[in-house]
Design a protein around this ligand. Structure first.
Ligand SMILES: NC(=O)c1ccc[n+]([C@@H]2O[C@H](COP(=O)([O-])OP(=O)(O)OC[C@H]3O[C@@H](n4cnc5c(N)ncnc54)[C@H](O)[C@@H]3O)[C@@H](O)[C@H]2O)c1
Length: 452
């Protein structure tokens, strides 16, 4: 039984702690937030993630998983590994803000009792591993051996547990091969290919991966604009492209663009790193500028659909979270869309199956309602902002009957344009060749598609 400390119980840290304890290790999970730790001790999850509550409960009951707010308690002479899983938000110029990483590295250094492998799971700029090693060395009250290993995390919110337990790969970077091998041993039960490289390369693999996925999203959104102008259907274009295994079907969903806690900040941070080194990040800059056009485009389209004027109109947002199966509202498109609609004079209401509590303070002008049917009542338009499964089979007949005008803007392309028009809706998706062209009737099996 290995003893692991996990620093930070957010989306990544709590999943890491629960998963490693489930694999038979003893895990102490630490956070500076008293509220989160007290809640976890009572069995309350600080975030919504499918399967997490059960996984945490099982391992707490088995005595393998405990929670603390103090580094004294989190690190003792048996601790072998400390995972840093704290946030790395965007700084003022788009750089990653490393204040939480710095604070946790200092606290680890001050409280470690025995040789320790410090593993950076947070997404951090290239070179941070060396910087963290310097901080630890400078902050130790007395010298104790340690090594720094980079182990970037690739899980997706909404499917974080299966992603963690069955990753496509584990990436490890260190200047200390023995330490990297020990961390590799910890990951062996996950049965994924393990890439061992140097610290900087491991840190770069994470940024390059996220930037590539964001590029796919901006690419298909640009194709959507062209499809729309030419009368083609981007959903079928993406499906037709996706059968080619050099392209693949994933991350080719045209829609509101990428959001959430990772892609926006990671693309920005990578562009910042490039610029610092005198390299113009041409592709990354285009990816970001394409993404920035998506949210205002929705406001514009809804306005067009409502006769060019939003004032006095009531608009319902179906879904608020940045993607389904999470309550994460960080950089969620719904926030900007609501602001744009309100600025145009509309009254905006919202419904989301799990994120309304988190969303409410971020969207003070938006009234939250209990279900999609209440949202539809008296609305001039509905906007699909998150592709929750529960929206895919709504009773559209009763939705239409209770709306003031049967207008639906489908920002996630979850409905069939022809069927919606046949059902009497004024319907638009993104890139769907709607202008009377309709779908060309191509028959495809629904793809296993993903969003960021
Ligand atoms: N969320 C994701 O889907 C995801 C996926 C892959 C990688 N990442 C990366 O993982 C990192 C963590 O992301 P997250 O979404 O889990 O963040 P989060 O904001 O949900 O959680 C971070 C936690 O760290 C705690 N914390 C901050 N300073 C601390 C300190 N000094 N000591 C102890 N705890 C401290 C905070 O209280 C918070 O609970 C980021 O670098 C992110 O880019 C996130």
């Amino acid at each position: 039984m290995k003893q692991i400390t996990v620093v930070g119980v957010g989306y990544v840290g709590l999943v890491t702690a629960a998963a490693f304890s489930d694999l038979g290790n003893r895990v102490v999970a630490l956070d500076i937030s008293e509220e989160k730790i007290e809640g976890l001790r009572r069995g309350e999850m600080p975030i919504y993630e499918p399967g997490l509550e059960e996984l945490v409960r099982r391992n707490v009951e088995a005595g393998r998983l405990t929670f603390t707010t103090t580094y004294e308690e989190a690190l003792d002479e048996d601790s072998e590994f400390a995972f840093i899983c704290v946030g790395t938000p965007s700084g003022v110029d788009g750089e990653a803000d490393l204040k939480y990483v710095e604070a946790s590295a200092k606290s680890i250094a001050e409280h470690m009792q025995a040789p320790l492998i410090v593993i950076n799971k947070s997404t951090v700029p290239v070179g941070t591993g060396d910087w963290v090693a310097g901080i630890i060395k400078a902050s130790q009250p007395k010298p104790i051996d340690f090594s720094v290993v980079s182990c970037p995390e690739f899980l997706r919110e909404g499917s974080a547990i299966p992603d963690f337990m069955r990753p496509h790969r584990t990436v490890l970077g260190s200047m200390d091969r023995e330490a990297a091998d020990k961390v590799a041993q910890l990951h062996l039960p996950l049965r994924a290919p393990i890439v061992i490289t140097n610290l900087r390369t491991a840190e770069m693999i994470k940024y390059a991966s996220n930037a590539f996925l964001a590029t796919k999203i901006s690419f298909i959104n640009e194709i959507a604009n062209i499809c729309e102008a030419l009368g083609a259907d981007v959903k079928e274009v993406a499906a037709g492209m996706g059968f080619d295994d050099r392209i693949g079907p994933h991350f080719l969903n045209a829609g509101l663009g990428y959001g959430g806690s990772c892609f926006p900040k990671d693309v920005k941070a990578l562009a910042f790193m490039a610029e610092e080194m005198g390299i113009e990040p041409t592709i990354l800059n285009s990816v970001m500028s394409t993404n920035e056009t998506r949210r205002p485009l929705v406001v514009e389209r809804v306005k067009e659909m409502l006769g060019g004027d939003l004032s006095g109109k009531t608009i319902g947002l179906l879904g608020l979270a940045f993607k389904p199966n999470t309550d994460d509202m960080r950089d969620a498109p719904s926030v900007d869309i609501a602001e744009g609609l309100i600025a145009g004079g509309a009254t905006v209401r919202g419904y989301d199956p799990v994120s309304m509590e988190v969303a409410s303070p971020m969207m003070p002008g938006v009234e939250m309602v209990d279900n999609p049917y209440d949202l539809a009542k008296g609305s001039d338009a509905l906007v699909v902002a998150t592709e929750w499964n529960e929206f895919k089979n709504l009773d559209l007949e009763s939705i239409k009957a209770s709306m003031k005008q049967p207008v639906i803007f489908d920002g996630r392309n979850i409905y069939d344009p022809d069927k919606m028009q046949m059902d009497g809706f004024v319907y638009r998706g993104l890139g769907r060749g709607y202008n009377g062209n309709g779908s060309n009737g191509m028959t495809i099996q629904e793809q296993d598609v993903e969003t960021a």
